[in-house]
Design a protein around this ligand. Sequence first.
Ligand code: UD1
Length: 417
Amino acid sequence: MDKFIIFGGERLTGEVQVSGAKNAVLPLMAACLLARGQSIIHHVPALRDVRTMVRLLEDMGTKASLEDHTVSLDTSMLEKQEAAYDLVRTMRASVLVLGPLLARYGRARVSLPGGCAIGARPINLHLMGLERLGAKIELTGGYIHATCDRLVGNNIRLDMPTVGGTENLMMAAALAKGRTIIENAAREPEIVDLANFINQMGGVISGAGTDLIVIDGVEELQPIEYTVMSDRIEAGTLLAAGVITQGDILVKNCPVEGMHVVLDKLRATGADITVNGKDVRVQMSGPIQAIDIRTQPHPGFPTDMQAQVMALMTIANGRSTISETIFENRFMHVSELRRMGADIICEGSMAVIRGCDFLQSAPVMATDLRASACLVLAGLVAQGATEIRRIYHLDRGYEKIENKLEELGAKIKRVHS
Ligand code: UD1
């Protein structure tokens, strides 16, 4: 298992490029199942989750290649409509193949994802929505067995604006007969990217990015070539690295429209943030100011940036609070930060952080993707050499983060063991 050793205390400066968005490309790859033939996606991040999705699609009979940030997926010879447990358990987003398989083939057998480190993460809303479109769903042996004749459009109201649920239902409804309306839909930028993708395939979706999405089903969709959006969470993490190290970084190719709340919160820490088109410059000098954060569905503050901001708050001037409203167990990084000297008290979904003068290095363990990013940020400023174990979590969602940080002046190395 690889680990990182970070020698803290370097000020980060220079330019860095944001990679393609993991959370956008995974649903796009699933959406390729909606059309017969070869689709091509560019700006694909080189990540473990992307390779898992390639394997999952290959396992069904898709011809796939992944090179130079371009993935090509040819679904002409699909043999089976199945996502097996071994792959689904390593990546929850595998469940996104359910909607497209059902819509195009009338059947799907997909392993139930189970819980994960940050919470129970049920998929009841995905299944409720598919049933509203006419699917018959049975849960046996840990698998979802879904069948239908052609799906039929319907009104679906989501109790919660689930991102994956909205995506699964948009994909299913794209080939359904008639109109589907999703109320209380998730509004994340990745939903808009998926709607653009499906519309370019010949679909008819409007309202993506609002809480009311209207999908007029079509008979058939065509394979296409498309460039996926950039990763707003990676961009935010790199900007946070600029703040925590008192740095001066130009983060290039940011999906700025989807980042306003994160940029505002980073400004509130005292950082000077300037936006020029898709490039965002962060300049920090002076103490980090304490801030309060409440995670919320988009356009609120993203839960995927919560852990990184907590790293900043550990050395801020004063007392900060973080309220996590999306996932019930997303404070796993707290005990690791405490091992580095942070003063954090958690009560239920609320964390109170009292900024301390400095963090000290310690061996720490990554527990999930964003918790790992938080520990990297902490390691960048901690005194001494911080060892972060289990960075395979980080490899799921950050493309070569150590190279990017090293080019900005960080002292970080990957140790294979
Ligand atoms: C996606 C993102 C993830 C991000 C999350 C919230 C991808 C691949 N992953 O995950 O990085 O942290 O959005 O922004 O895009 N819920 C239900 N029933 C359901 C579905 C969800 O109760 O059927 C609950 C979940 O337990 C959670 C909340 O809704 O509390 C939000 O989950 P959801 O938006 O579905 O997250 P994901 O799509 O899994």
